[in-house]
Design a protein around this ligand. Structure first.
Ligand code: ADP
Ligand code: MG
Length: 210
């Protein structure tokens, strides 16, 4: 996986989030303020535009840190800051031009650490962390069992989707949804749902559509 593949990941994530923007926004309307899908679609589209302007020899690190900076400034909301931090931290972890499964695993771990350093959410708080933490764990587990990058990405995408679904019975303890207390129970967390799409995008571009 190289810088062009990372750009393809962001492009695919932008496509998947745009296609599902209405659903994500409805999820956020139920337990938040109803801006998540359209905000994130706009932020990712802006990131794609900025990445298209990068020089052809841009490094993996530049691709992800640039995408992260753009998300912070163009997405808005809690998720813009959190996803922006995630991509910037992931980018900084990438110090080579050719990313193997080990490097990508390290980048995903840094993304999770960035989200948790900024947002202070743990698993079980009904946030994007519930999807991302499971994805990171599944990626590493698959890699240790001998999966290649595509296989590990596929495992991460499936785990992120499971992690998102697992937020339904949870009561939110972080973010705007936490203001609802017990009334947040029974709803899918919008940020966990978008994280599942972003991991799905990664599996798609690494050849792991299955
Ligand atoms: P808001 O409109 O409340 O500013 P967004 O709509 O952009 O936020 O994003 C909402 C999502 O952000 C939530 O569904 C949740 O997954 C995530 N989120 C909110 N706060 C946190 C936090 N402290 N840590 C991790 N994720 C969070
Ligand atoms: Mg919102």
């Amino acid at each position: 996986m190289n810088a062009a593949d990372l750009t393809a990941w962001i492009r695919r994530a932008a496509e998947l989030v745009a296609a599902d923007a209405e659903r994500l926004t409805e999820l956020d309307a139920a337990i938040g303020d109803g801006d998540h899908g359209h905000n994130l679609a706009r932020g990712l589209a802006a990131a794609v535009d900025v990445l298209d302007e990068l020089p052809a020899d841009a490094s993996p690190q530049q691709v992800l840190t640039t995408a992260g900076r753009t998300l912070v400034s163009k997405t808005g909301g809690a998720s813009g800051a959190l996803y922006g931090m995630a991509l910037r931290r992931a980018g900084k972890a990438l110090k080579v031009d050719e990313i193997d499964a080990r490097w990508l695993g390290a980048a995903l771990r840094e993304a999770l650490a960035g989200v948790q350093d900024l947002g202070k959410a743990e698993e079980g708080d009904k946030t994007m962390v519930d999807a991302l933490a499971r994805a990171v764990a599944a990626f590493d587990a698959a890699r240790h069992e001998g999966a290649d990058l595509a296989g590990a990405a596929r495992a991460a995408a499936a785990a992120a989707e499971e992690g998102a679904q697992a937020t339904v019975p949870m009561q939110a303890r972080k973010g705007r949804a936490s203001y609802l207390g017990p009334r947040s129970v029974g709803h899918l967390d919008p940020g966990a749902a978008s994280t599942a799409l972003i991991l799905r995008a990664l599996a798609d571009v690494t050849g792991g559509e299955g």
